[in-house]
Design a protein around this ligand. Structure first.
Ligand code: NAP
Length: 332
């Protein structure tokens, strides 16, 4: 490889899936004001990465073609741009790159200092790279979307929460976060992951392919105060009879019908609500999640790891929608 060039994967048009990703050699980016240059050790892929490629967020994303996708990375600072005081070369960090600019499927990437945090030595690069989107979404869905507390208190009434797709990247964090609070967790996943999801702390787990699972019925007859909805395509009519009087559905993948339901519920002062949620990049949340992993309070489940040279296989796997935990791409 020539000096100042790096290996990366990019696509140059909408669509194309894993086959649309091309291995290229491109210049190592230069950190601008408030940016750091990272030598990447690990990246994790998320459904939003292939959704951007598919054109589901056009015209806003990606910012330009050709595009090096993926936002969730861990690596070592090798250079800092003007205005960066809190990082220096050699710092091990985790970053959430911008959705518009991406950059994670490469040997190097530039990250904004405000979306970068130092990672404790006890947390590996692979583990930490799983946290930006999946970890923050789970945390924000529970604490901000559902308004639940993540510490146990003997005075609080127990809350009943349903987590759909509890075996996925977001869901497996959501189960563990919920169990930090005074929360009874019902979870849905496929039959092959029931024992795993129980081991993460879920109190009852239902197979989504059974009639009870499809109906989202709690085996113990509970009504849900909140649903952390990480699966897709479940209509409001399925949630509604399972909600408590003030139950809320926090929807991670809201389509036009979900927005309409959400609007109608607000307009009619309904006690049962649908709340669309979009992850916000907050460095404080990332530090909090890193601390939980460091302290052994949250376990990262890794589905599979692929070297950068085979990152298209990670892409095909995340598109397939059957990951158990997180899919990682490592620098060789
Ligand atoms: N709004 C936001 O800011 C935001 C942020 C992050 C994620 N999201 C969205 O949230 C969704 C989940 O993301 P993720 O990263 O967790 O996805 P993921 O890791 O790809 O989820 C895969 C898992 O979901 C399970 N699953 C699929 N359909 C299911 C169903 N109907 N019921 C129960 N389990 C089901 C699969 O189980 P099987 O293999 O057994 O089928 C698999 O284990 C995606 O649509 C993503 O785009 C949104």
């Amino acid at each position: 490889m020539a000096a100042n060039l790096m290996k990366a994967l990019c696509y140059d048009r909408y669509g194309g899936g894993a086959e649309g990703l091309k291995h290229v050699e491109i210049p190592i980016p230069t950190p601008k004001k408030d940016e750091v240059l990272l030598k990447l050790e690990s990246a994790s892929v998320n459904p939003v990465d292939w959704k951007i490629q598919k054109g589901m967020l056009r015209p806003f994303m990606p910012g330009k073609f050709p595009f090096v996708p993926v936002t969730d990375v861990a690596g070592e600072v090798v250079e800092v741009g003007p205005g960066v005081q809190n990082f220096k070369a050699g710092d091990k960090v985790v970053s959430m790159l911008s959705f518009r600019n991406g950059g994670g499927l490469a040997e190097y990437a530039v990250a904004n200092k405000t979306l970068t945090v130092k990672r404790p030595p006890e947390v590996s690069a692979s583990e930490s790279s799983t946290l930006p989107i999946a970890g923050l979404t789970a945390l924000q869905a529970i604490t901000e979307g559902a308004g639940l507390k993540l510490e146990k208190s003997s005075t609080d009434k127990q809350t009943n929460v349903l987590i759909t797709a509890a075996s996925g990247g977001v869901g497996h964090f959501a189960v563990q976060l919920a169990k930090l609070g005074n929360i009874h967790v019902t979870a849905t996943c496929g039959a092959r992951n029931i024992e795993l999801v129980k081991s993460l702390g879920a109190d009852e787990v239902i197979d989504y392919k059974t009639p009870e699972g499809a109906a989202l019925k709690s085996p113990s007859g509970r009504k849900y105060d909140a649903v952390i909805h990480c699966a897709t395509s479940i209509p409001w009519s399925t949630f509604e009879p399972n909600l408590s009087e003030n139950g809320k559905v926090i929807d991670m993948t809201p389509g036009p019908r979900a927005f309409l339901t959400s609007f109608t519920k607000k307009l009619t002062f309904s006690k049962k609500m649908l709340v669309p949620l979009f992850v916000a990049s907050k460095s404080g949340n990332l530090e909090y999640m890193l601390g939980l992993v460091r302290d052994g309070k949250i376990k990262v489940v890794i589905d599979s790891k692929f070297p950068l040279a085979k990152a298209e296989e990670a892409w095909a796997k995340i598109m397939d929608g059957h990951a158990t935990g997180k899919i990682i791409v490592t620098s060789e």
